[in-house]
Design a protein. Structure first.
Length: 336
């Protein structure tokens, strides 16, 4: 339910007194002439709406050091999400996406054009976004979601809708296939004025938000489970030594994309164009995505990286990961 202006004002006043002036909830209740339970609800609303954002920096633990090394080695702004090694992949994904949603909010500005990819990671992020009022901003879908079984509109549009609602932004969907059957069809489609309008928006993006698809990922995404790639496509990707993708555009371990045939049929953004976007936020969860993440970093696709601690350790030191060797895991599919 949207926060009313009066409640938002009261939440802001309560938050300022509690977090900046160190007043107790009882003291705030007396000053606002309300109950202690109401103050508690106002503070909770301030956190949920994004008025208050809490950061915890522990001098102990490995996250700060991992951030320093990754920042130095890969030239990205990075946030490592501490998680217990006992959590399963789904639980890690949830923790990472909750924190990613809170970190993305302050980066969103008015009059922005924000490209958003669809996938398991961004779907989870979208469910945890905190509300922030912007003006004149647009959310544009980065890649089509249709295939031979579904238009993909319901799945992708729900993600875009959540981003649009969170930032009070206009939403521009991209109702085309994820992969065209023929590269020639894509060329003709890209010449259509209705499609060119979306492509022009993408070319003017000020921010892009995406996950990384990777062979060997433990949580398959719709790209794999939804019938987007058939056996011939997978064989072609294997022959081209592909390790992952961003917004259904594939790349190798060294970040190169030349000669990857499937990319000629993909509706995802040209990676050279993506690299021109001023802010590119990449959210990654799960050490099984490490090959795809390394490829994306080698391609220079991210300016900001949000990832879990185990994946960060593996990125810095391949021998640091516990359990099976993710580099030699069997192919399971793509997750983004």
């Amino acid at each position: 339910m949207p926060v009313t202006r009066t409640k938002q004002s009261d939440s802001l006043r309560a938050a300022q007194m509690y977090y900046l002036q160190d007043l107790t909830m009882d003291a705030i209740a007396r000053e606002l002439r309300t109950s202690r339970s109401t103050v508690s609800r106002l503070l909770a609303s301030a956190r949920e709406s994004g008025l208050v954002q809490i950061q915890i920096r522990s001098p102990q633990g490995s996250a700060p050091e991992l951030e320093r090394v990754i920042r130095s080695s890969f030239k990205v702004d990075v946030h490592v999400v501490p998680v217990l090694d006992t959590l399963n992949e789904a639980e890690v994904l949830e923790r990472v996406c909750v924190q990613a949603a809170k970190l993305i909010g302050p980066l969103v500005e008015s009059n922005a054009i924000i490209g958003v990819a669809w996938g398991s990671t961004l779907s989870t992020v979208s469910r945890h976004l905190t509300r922030k009022i912007t003006h004149g901003s647009t959310i544009v879908q980065l890649n089509g979601a249709g295939n031979t079984q579904t238009t993909g509109i319901t799945y992708a549009s729900e993600i875009m809708r959540r981003f649009g609602n969170a930032y009070e932004a206009k939403v521009e969907q991209f109702p085309v296939p994820a992969f065209f059957d023929h590269a020639e069809t894509k060329t003709l489609m890209w010449a259509e004025r209705s499609v060119r309008r979306i492509l022009d928006l993408q070319a003017r993006m000020t921010m892009a938000i995406f996950g990384v698809g990777s062979i060997d990922a433990d949580i398959p995404s719709h790209v794999y489970s939804g019938g987007y790639l058939d056996e011939a496509d997978l064989d072609s990707l294997a022959a081209s030594a592909v390790v992952g993708d961003v917004a259904t555009v594939f790349f190798r371990a060294d970040g190169s994309e030349d000669g990857i045939v499937v990319n000629r049929r993909s509706s995802g953004p040209d990676l050279e164009m993506l690299r021109t976007v001023r802010r590119r936020v990449c959210v990654v969860s799960g050490a099984s995505k490490i090959n795809g993440l390394r490829g994306a970093l080698a391609a220079g696709l991210a300016t900001d990286l949000i990832l879990d601690e185990a994946t960060a350790r593996t990125l810095v030191d391949p021998d640091a990961v516990d359990g099976p060797d993710v580099m030699s895991a069997p192919r399971r599919g793509y997750s983004a």
